[in-house]
Write a protein that binds this ligand. Structure first.
Ligand SMILES: Cc1cc2nc3c(=O)[nH]c(=O)nc-3n(C[C@H](O)[C@H](O)[C@H](O)COP(=O)(O)O)c2cc1C
Length: 401
Protein backbone atom coordinates (compact mmCIF):
# COMPACT_ATOMS: atom_id res chain seq x y z
CA UNK A 1 0.00 0.00 0.00
CA UNK A 2 1.25 3.49 -0.80
CA UNK A 3 2.34 5.72 2.10
CA UNK A 4 0.11 8.75 2.58
CA UNK A 5 -0.62 11.35 5.22
CA UNK A 6 -3.81 11.19 7.26
CA UNK A 7 -6.70 12.35 5.08
CA UNK A 8 -9.35 13.10 7.73
CA UNK A 9 -10.39 16.14 9.76
CA UNK A 10 -9.36 15.17 13.29
CA UNK A 11 -6.35 17.43 13.91
CA UNK A 12 -5.41 15.34 16.97
CA UNK A 13 -4.32 12.63 14.57
CA UNK A 14 -1.72 14.85 12.94
CA UNK A 15 1.69 13.34 13.69
CA UNK A 16 3.62 16.40 12.68
CA UNK A 17 3.38 19.97 11.40
CA UNK A 18 3.33 18.83 7.77
CA UNK A 19 0.18 16.84 8.46
CA UNK A 20 -1.44 19.91 10.07
CA UNK A 21 -0.46 21.87 7.00
CA UNK A 22 -2.30 19.45 4.74
CA UNK A 23 -5.39 19.70 6.94
CA UNK A 24 -5.16 23.49 6.77
CA UNK A 25 -4.93 23.27 3.01
CA UNK A 26 -8.18 21.28 2.87
CA UNK A 27 -10.01 23.49 5.34
CA UNK A 28 -9.12 26.91 3.92
CA UNK A 29 -10.21 28.42 0.63
CA UNK A 30 -7.36 28.59 -1.87
CA UNK A 31 -6.81 32.38 -1.53
CA UNK A 32 -6.46 32.17 2.24
CA UNK A 33 -4.12 29.16 2.19
CA UNK A 34 -2.01 30.78 -0.52
CA UNK A 35 -1.67 33.92 1.61
CA UNK A 36 -0.21 31.81 4.41
CA UNK A 37 1.88 29.56 2.26
CA UNK A 38 3.47 31.69 -0.39
CA UNK A 39 6.85 33.36 -0.67
CA UNK A 40 8.16 36.09 -2.97
CA UNK A 41 9.39 35.80 -6.57
CA UNK A 42 10.72 32.29 -7.26
CA UNK A 43 10.41 31.26 -3.60
CA UNK A 44 14.11 30.44 -3.46
CA UNK A 45 14.45 31.81 0.07
CA UNK A 46 11.24 30.11 1.15
CA UNK A 47 12.69 26.74 0.11
CA UNK A 48 16.11 27.55 1.56
CA UNK A 49 14.52 28.20 4.95
CA UNK A 50 13.56 24.52 5.07
CA UNK A 51 16.52 22.99 3.24
CA UNK A 52 19.12 24.59 5.50
CA UNK A 53 18.24 22.39 8.47
CA UNK A 54 19.34 19.25 6.61
CA UNK A 55 22.91 20.51 6.43
CA UNK A 56 23.24 20.75 10.24
CA UNK A 57 24.02 17.09 10.98
CA UNK A 58 24.21 15.89 14.57
CA UNK A 59 26.39 13.44 16.48
CA UNK A 60 24.59 12.40 19.64
CA UNK A 61 26.13 11.13 22.89
CA UNK A 62 24.84 7.95 24.42
CA UNK A 63 24.80 6.19 27.79
CA UNK A 64 24.04 9.38 29.62
CA UNK A 65 21.17 9.40 32.05
CA UNK A 66 18.52 11.49 30.28
CA UNK A 67 15.59 10.44 32.45
CA UNK A 68 14.84 13.94 33.79
CA UNK A 69 14.62 16.54 31.05
CA UNK A 70 13.47 20.15 30.99
CA UNK A 71 12.89 22.55 28.10
CA UNK A 72 12.79 25.74 30.16
CA UNK A 73 14.56 28.80 28.88
CA UNK A 74 14.66 32.44 30.05
CA UNK A 75 14.00 35.37 27.74
CA UNK A 76 14.98 38.73 29.23
CA UNK A 77 15.66 36.95 32.53
CA UNK A 78 12.10 35.72 32.78
CA UNK A 79 11.44 31.97 32.45
CA UNK A 80 9.45 30.46 29.59
CA UNK A 81 8.40 26.82 29.48
CA UNK A 82 9.86 26.33 26.01
CA UNK A 83 12.65 27.91 23.95
CA UNK A 84 10.23 29.04 21.26
CA UNK A 85 7.29 31.39 20.98
CA UNK A 86 4.47 32.27 18.63
CA UNK A 87 5.62 34.88 16.12
CA UNK A 88 3.48 37.62 14.54
CA UNK A 89 1.23 36.70 11.62
CA UNK A 90 -1.35 39.10 10.21
CA UNK A 91 -4.88 38.32 9.05
CA UNK A 92 -5.31 35.38 11.45
CA UNK A 93 -9.03 36.19 11.51
CA UNK A 94 -9.18 34.86 7.96
CA UNK A 95 -8.10 31.41 9.16
CA UNK A 96 -10.70 30.99 11.84
CA UNK A 97 -12.93 33.22 13.95
CA UNK A 98 -10.90 35.12 16.58
CA UNK A 99 -7.76 33.50 15.25
CA UNK A 100 -5.37 35.75 17.21
CA UNK A 101 -7.18 35.19 20.46
CA UNK A 102 -7.18 31.43 20.03
CA UNK A 103 -3.50 31.39 19.13
CA UNK A 104 -2.70 33.64 22.09
CA UNK A 105 -4.54 31.34 24.49
CA UNK A 106 -2.62 28.35 23.14
CA UNK A 107 0.66 30.21 23.72
CA UNK A 108 -0.36 31.32 27.23
CA UNK A 109 -1.34 27.77 28.18
CA UNK A 110 2.00 26.51 26.92
CA UNK A 111 3.85 29.15 28.98
CA UNK A 112 5.47 30.88 26.00
CA UNK A 113 5.34 34.47 24.68
CA UNK A 114 2.86 35.46 22.00
CA UNK A 115 3.71 38.19 19.50
CA UNK A 116 0.59 39.96 18.25
CA UNK A 117 0.80 41.14 14.65
CA UNK A 118 0.17 44.75 13.82
CA UNK A 119 -2.20 43.49 11.13
CA UNK A 120 -4.24 41.48 13.62
CA UNK A 121 -7.97 41.17 13.84
CA UNK A 122 -7.94 41.21 17.67
CA UNK A 123 -7.01 44.28 19.71
CA UNK A 124 -3.95 44.31 21.91
CA UNK A 125 -6.28 45.09 24.83
CA UNK A 126 -8.15 41.80 24.27
CA UNK A 127 -4.89 39.88 23.96
CA UNK A 128 -3.53 41.49 27.14
CA UNK A 129 -6.55 40.21 29.06
CA UNK A 130 -5.87 36.53 28.23
CA UNK A 131 -5.01 34.61 31.42
CA UNK A 132 -1.25 34.14 31.97
CA UNK A 133 -0.41 35.79 28.66
CA UNK A 134 3.11 37.05 27.97
CA UNK A 135 2.24 39.44 25.16
CA UNK A 136 4.64 41.20 22.83
CA UNK A 137 3.30 43.70 20.29
CA UNK A 138 4.65 43.77 16.73
CA UNK A 139 4.47 47.10 14.93
CA UNK A 140 5.37 48.58 11.57
CA UNK A 141 6.65 52.14 11.44
CA UNK A 142 3.95 53.58 9.20
CA UNK A 143 4.29 56.99 7.56
CA UNK A 144 1.73 58.37 10.01
CA UNK A 145 4.07 58.35 12.98
CA UNK A 146 1.39 59.84 15.29
CA UNK A 147 -0.52 56.62 14.84
CA UNK A 148 2.58 54.61 15.76
CA UNK A 149 3.06 56.80 18.84
CA UNK A 150 -0.54 56.09 19.89
CA UNK A 151 0.00 52.35 19.43
CA UNK A 152 3.09 52.52 21.61
CA UNK A 153 1.16 54.46 24.26
CA UNK A 154 -1.52 51.78 24.27
CA UNK A 155 1.14 49.09 24.69
CA UNK A 156 2.69 51.14 27.50
CA UNK A 157 -0.66 51.48 29.25
CA UNK A 158 -1.18 47.73 29.05
CA UNK A 159 2.30 47.19 30.42
CA UNK A 160 3.21 44.85 27.59
CA UNK A 161 6.66 43.36 27.94
CA UNK A 162 8.06 44.09 24.48
CA UNK A 163 7.56 45.87 21.21
CA UNK A 164 8.78 44.02 18.16
CA UNK A 165 9.38 46.43 15.29
CA UNK A 166 9.51 44.81 11.89
CA UNK A 167 11.98 46.46 9.53
CA UNK A 168 12.06 44.18 6.50
CA UNK A 169 8.76 45.32 5.01
CA UNK A 170 9.30 49.01 4.23
CA UNK A 171 8.78 47.83 0.65
CA UNK A 172 6.36 44.98 0.13
CA UNK A 173 7.78 41.72 -1.26
CA UNK A 174 6.53 40.47 -4.62
CA UNK A 175 4.22 37.55 -3.85
CA UNK A 176 3.15 36.52 -7.31
CA UNK A 177 1.21 33.39 -6.39
CA UNK A 178 -0.84 35.42 -3.97
CA UNK A 179 -1.51 38.13 -6.56
CA UNK A 180 -2.70 35.56 -9.13
CA UNK A 181 -5.83 34.96 -7.09
CA UNK A 182 -7.09 38.52 -7.62
CA UNK A 183 -8.29 40.50 -10.62
CA UNK A 184 -7.20 43.67 -8.84
CA UNK A 185 -5.95 44.15 -5.27
CA UNK A 186 -8.18 42.17 -2.95
CA UNK A 187 -10.87 41.45 -5.54
CA UNK A 188 -10.85 37.68 -5.97
CA UNK A 189 -11.22 36.28 -9.47
CA UNK A 190 -14.15 34.08 -10.46
CA UNK A 191 -12.25 30.84 -9.90
CA UNK A 192 -11.47 31.84 -6.31
CA UNK A 193 -15.00 33.07 -5.65
CA UNK A 194 -16.26 29.64 -6.67
CA UNK A 195 -13.58 28.02 -4.54
CA UNK A 196 -14.75 30.00 -1.48
CA UNK A 197 -18.27 28.64 -2.06
CA UNK A 198 -16.81 25.13 -1.97
CA UNK A 199 -15.66 25.78 1.64
CA UNK A 200 -18.93 26.13 3.60
CA UNK A 201 -17.25 25.16 6.89
CA UNK A 202 -14.88 28.12 6.51
CA UNK A 203 -17.69 30.50 5.47
CA UNK A 204 -19.70 29.44 8.50
CA UNK A 205 -16.76 29.86 10.83
CA UNK A 206 -15.15 33.05 9.48
CA UNK A 207 -17.71 35.09 7.53
CA UNK A 208 -21.13 34.26 8.97
CA UNK A 209 -20.63 35.42 12.61
CA UNK A 210 -19.38 39.00 11.98
CA UNK A 211 -18.72 39.41 8.26
CA UNK A 212 -15.27 40.11 6.86
CA UNK A 213 -12.83 40.42 9.83
CA UNK A 214 -11.64 43.90 10.81
CA UNK A 215 -8.22 45.18 11.81
CA UNK A 216 -8.45 45.92 15.50
CA UNK A 217 -5.25 47.84 16.13
CA UNK A 218 -5.21 50.16 13.16
CA UNK A 219 -8.56 51.91 13.54
CA UNK A 220 -7.25 55.46 13.73
CA UNK A 221 -4.96 54.92 10.75
CA UNK A 222 -7.64 53.84 8.31
CA UNK A 223 -10.43 55.87 6.71
CA UNK A 224 -13.81 55.41 8.45
CA UNK A 225 -15.48 52.14 7.46
CA UNK A 226 -12.37 50.88 5.72
CA UNK A 227 -10.90 48.81 8.50
CA UNK A 228 -11.87 45.41 7.11
CA UNK A 229 -9.09 43.14 5.91
CA UNK A 230 -10.55 43.70 2.46
CA UNK A 231 -11.01 47.47 2.49
CA UNK A 232 -7.76 48.45 4.16
CA UNK A 233 -5.25 46.96 1.75
CA UNK A 234 -4.50 50.03 -0.33
CA UNK A 235 -4.50 52.39 2.69
CA UNK A 236 -2.00 50.14 4.45
CA UNK A 237 0.20 49.74 1.38
CA UNK A 238 0.34 53.56 1.11
CA UNK A 239 1.46 53.73 4.75
CA UNK A 240 4.58 51.61 4.20
CA UNK A 241 7.54 53.92 4.54
CA UNK A 242 10.63 53.20 2.44
CA UNK A 243 12.49 56.05 4.13
CA UNK A 244 12.70 54.00 7.34
CA UNK A 245 16.15 54.23 8.98
CA UNK A 246 17.97 53.98 12.30
CA UNK A 247 16.76 57.43 13.41
CA UNK A 248 13.31 55.89 13.57
CA UNK A 249 14.62 53.18 15.89
CA UNK A 250 16.17 55.90 18.07
CA UNK A 251 12.79 57.69 18.12
CA UNK A 252 11.05 54.47 19.19
CA UNK A 253 13.72 53.69 21.77
CA UNK A 254 13.18 57.12 23.38
CA UNK A 255 9.44 56.62 23.53
CA UNK A 256 9.13 52.98 24.61
CA UNK A 257 10.14 51.95 28.11
CA UNK A 258 9.79 48.17 27.72
CA UNK A 259 11.97 45.72 25.81
CA UNK A 260 12.60 46.72 22.22
CA UNK A 261 13.15 43.99 19.65
CA UNK A 262 13.98 44.59 15.98
CA UNK A 263 12.65 41.90 13.66
CA UNK A 264 13.63 41.38 10.05
CA UNK A 265 17.36 41.91 9.95
CA UNK A 266 19.77 39.27 8.77
CA UNK A 267 23.13 41.06 8.34
CA UNK A 268 25.57 40.87 11.29
CA UNK A 269 26.42 44.57 10.88
CA UNK A 270 22.76 45.44 11.47
CA UNK A 271 22.89 43.46 14.71
CA UNK A 272 25.94 45.53 15.73
CA UNK A 273 23.99 48.72 15.01
CA UNK A 274 21.01 47.44 16.97
CA UNK A 275 23.22 47.13 20.05
CA UNK A 276 24.45 50.69 19.56
CA UNK A 277 20.87 51.94 19.42
CA UNK A 278 19.97 50.34 22.74
CA UNK A 279 17.85 47.55 21.29
CA UNK A 280 17.26 44.62 23.68
CA UNK A 281 16.86 41.83 21.15
CA UNK A 282 16.78 40.99 17.46
CA UNK A 283 14.78 38.52 15.42
CA UNK A 284 16.91 37.39 12.50
CA UNK A 285 14.36 36.84 9.78
CA UNK A 286 13.68 36.96 6.08
CA UNK A 287 9.95 37.20 6.82
CA UNK A 288 9.38 33.55 6.02
CA UNK A 289 10.72 33.99 2.48
CA UNK A 290 8.07 36.63 1.73
CA UNK A 291 10.30 39.66 1.21
CA UNK A 292 13.72 39.61 -0.51
CA UNK A 293 13.97 36.45 -2.57
CA UNK A 294 17.56 35.20 -2.62
CA UNK A 295 18.16 36.27 0.98
CA UNK A 296 20.00 33.77 3.17
CA UNK A 297 18.19 31.84 5.82
CA UNK A 298 18.42 33.33 9.33
CA UNK A 299 20.14 30.10 10.42
CA UNK A 300 23.10 31.03 8.23
CA UNK A 301 23.94 34.33 9.91
CA UNK A 302 22.82 33.22 13.36
CA UNK A 303 26.22 31.96 14.60
CA UNK A 304 28.00 35.17 13.62
CA UNK A 305 25.31 37.35 15.17
CA UNK A 306 25.24 35.21 18.32
CA UNK A 307 29.02 35.64 18.60
CA UNK A 308 28.78 39.43 18.21
CA UNK A 309 25.85 39.90 20.58
CA UNK A 310 26.77 37.35 23.24
CA UNK A 311 25.66 38.52 26.67
CA UNK A 312 24.43 41.87 25.36
CA UNK A 313 21.28 41.20 23.36
CA UNK A 314 18.83 38.33 22.97
CA UNK A 315 19.18 36.75 19.52
CA UNK A 316 15.98 35.19 18.23
CA UNK A 317 15.31 33.94 14.72
CA UNK A 318 12.60 32.50 12.54
CA UNK A 319 12.03 30.90 9.15
CA UNK A 320 11.13 27.33 8.31
CA UNK A 321 10.89 25.84 11.80
CA UNK A 322 8.67 22.76 11.44
CA UNK A 323 10.38 20.19 13.69
CA UNK A 324 11.63 20.16 17.26
CA UNK A 325 15.01 19.11 15.88
CA UNK A 326 15.10 22.36 13.83
CA UNK A 327 14.73 24.29 17.08
CA UNK A 328 17.49 22.24 18.73
CA UNK A 329 19.79 23.08 15.81
CA UNK A 330 19.15 26.81 16.22
CA UNK A 331 19.90 26.57 19.94
CA UNK A 332 23.12 24.67 19.16
CA UNK A 333 24.10 27.58 16.93
CA UNK A 334 23.61 30.20 19.62
CA UNK A 335 19.95 31.27 19.44
CA UNK A 336 18.25 32.62 22.56
CA UNK A 337 14.99 31.30 21.14
CA UNK A 338 12.94 30.70 18.04
CA UNK A 339 9.71 32.19 16.67
CA UNK A 340 7.28 29.92 14.90
CA UNK A 341 5.24 31.40 12.06
CA UNK A 342 3.43 29.04 9.75
CA UNK A 343 3.79 26.04 12.10
CA UNK A 344 1.38 27.64 14.59
CA UNK A 345 -1.12 28.89 12.07
CA UNK A 346 -1.29 25.57 10.23
CA UNK A 347 -2.49 24.19 13.57
CA UNK A 348 -4.90 27.10 14.03
CA UNK A 349 -6.36 26.65 10.55
CA UNK A 350 -6.59 22.87 10.95
CA UNK A 351 -8.24 22.84 14.37
CA UNK A 352 -8.78 26.38 15.76
CA UNK A 353 -7.37 27.00 19.27
CA UNK A 354 -6.96 23.29 20.11
CA UNK A 355 -5.26 22.80 16.74
CA UNK A 356 -2.78 25.57 17.55
CA UNK A 357 -2.17 23.94 20.95
CA UNK A 358 -1.59 20.65 19.15
CA UNK A 359 1.04 22.29 16.90
CA UNK A 360 2.87 23.61 19.98
CA UNK A 361 2.61 20.15 21.62
CA UNK A 362 4.07 18.49 18.54
CA UNK A 363 7.08 20.82 18.60
CA UNK A 364 7.47 20.42 22.38
CA UNK A 365 7.46 16.62 22.16
CA UNK A 366 9.82 16.58 19.20
CA UNK A 367 12.24 18.94 20.92
CA UNK A 368 12.13 16.94 24.13
CA UNK A 369 12.80 13.72 22.21
CA UNK A 370 15.66 15.35 20.28
CA UNK A 371 17.22 16.61 23.50
CA UNK A 372 17.10 13.14 25.03
CA UNK A 373 18.38 11.44 21.90
CA UNK A 374 21.31 13.88 21.83
CA UNK A 375 22.16 12.73 25.36
CA UNK A 376 21.12 15.96 27.11
CA UNK A 377 18.76 16.82 29.95
CA UNK A 378 18.82 20.60 29.71
CA UNK A 379 19.04 23.07 26.84
CA UNK A 380 22.30 24.44 28.30
CA UNK A 381 23.89 21.05 27.53
CA UNK A 382 23.47 21.61 23.78
CA UNK A 383 27.17 22.13 23.05
CA UNK A 384 28.99 22.48 19.67
CA UNK A 385 30.52 18.97 19.87
CA UNK A 386 27.02 17.59 19.18
CA UNK A 387 27.19 19.05 15.67
CA UNK A 388 28.96 16.84 13.15
CA UNK A 389 29.04 19.08 10.04
CA UNK A 390 32.51 20.74 10.29
CA UNK A 391 31.40 24.12 8.92
CA UNK A 392 28.56 24.50 11.40
CA UNK A 393 30.57 23.06 14.27
CA UNK A 394 33.37 25.58 13.75
CA UNK A 395 30.84 28.41 13.77
CA UNK A 396 29.22 27.11 16.95
CA UNK A 397 32.63 26.82 18.64
CA UNK A 398 33.53 30.39 17.67
CA UNK A 399 30.57 31.68 19.70
CA UNK A 400 32.09 30.25 22.89
CA UNK A 401 35.64 31.51 22.38
C1 LIG B 1 0.63 34.45 6.87
C2 LIG B 1 1.78 35.23 7.43
C3 LIG B 1 1.55 36.50 7.92
C4 LIG B 1 2.61 37.23 8.46
N1 LIG B 1 2.38 38.45 9.02
C5 LIG B 1 3.38 39.11 9.62
C6 LIG B 1 3.13 40.34 10.29
O1 LIG B 1 2.01 40.84 10.33
N2 LIG B 1 4.19 40.96 10.88
C7 LIG B 1 5.46 40.43 10.86
O2 LIG B 1 6.38 41.02 11.43
N3 LIG B 1 5.71 39.26 10.25
C8 LIG B 1 4.71 38.59 9.64
N4 LIG B 1 4.97 37.39 9.04
C9 LIG B 1 6.32 36.81 9.11
C10 LIG B 1 6.44 35.92 10.36
O3 LIG B 1 6.43 36.68 11.54
C11 LIG B 1 7.73 35.10 10.33
O4 LIG B 1 8.81 35.96 10.11
C12 LIG B 1 7.73 33.98 9.30
O5 LIG B 1 6.44 33.44 9.16
C13 LIG B 1 8.69 32.89 9.72
O6 LIG B 1 8.74 31.85 8.79
P1 LIG B 1 7.89 30.50 8.95
O7 LIG B 1 6.49 30.85 8.61
O8 LIG B 1 8.52 29.60 7.95
O9 LIG B 1 8.02 30.02 10.36
C14 LIG B 1 3.93 36.67 8.48
C15 LIG B 1 4.13 35.40 7.94
C16 LIG B 1 3.08 34.68 7.43
C17 LIG B 1 3.34 33.29 6.91
Amino acid sequence: MQRRLYQGRDFRRAQNIEELREMARRRLPNFSFEYVEGGSDDEVTLKRNRAIFESVTLQPRTLRDVGQRTLERSFFNKPAQLPFMVGPTGFNGLLTQDGDLQLARAAANAGIPFVLSNASTTSMEDIASVDNIRAWMQIYLYRTRDHVARLVERAQRLNLEAIVVTTDSAILGNREWDKRNYVKPLLLDVRNHLDVLCHPRWIWDVLVPNGVPRFKNLGDLLPPGQDTVKGAASALAAELDPSLNWDDIAWLRDMWRGKLIVKGMIHPDDARLAMQYGVDGVVLSNHGGRQLDGAVSAMETLPEVARICRGQMEVFLDGGFRRGSDIAKALLLGASGVLIGRAGIYGLAAGKGPGAAHAIDILRNELDRTLGLLGCCRLEELTPDLIHAPHWRALAEAIRN
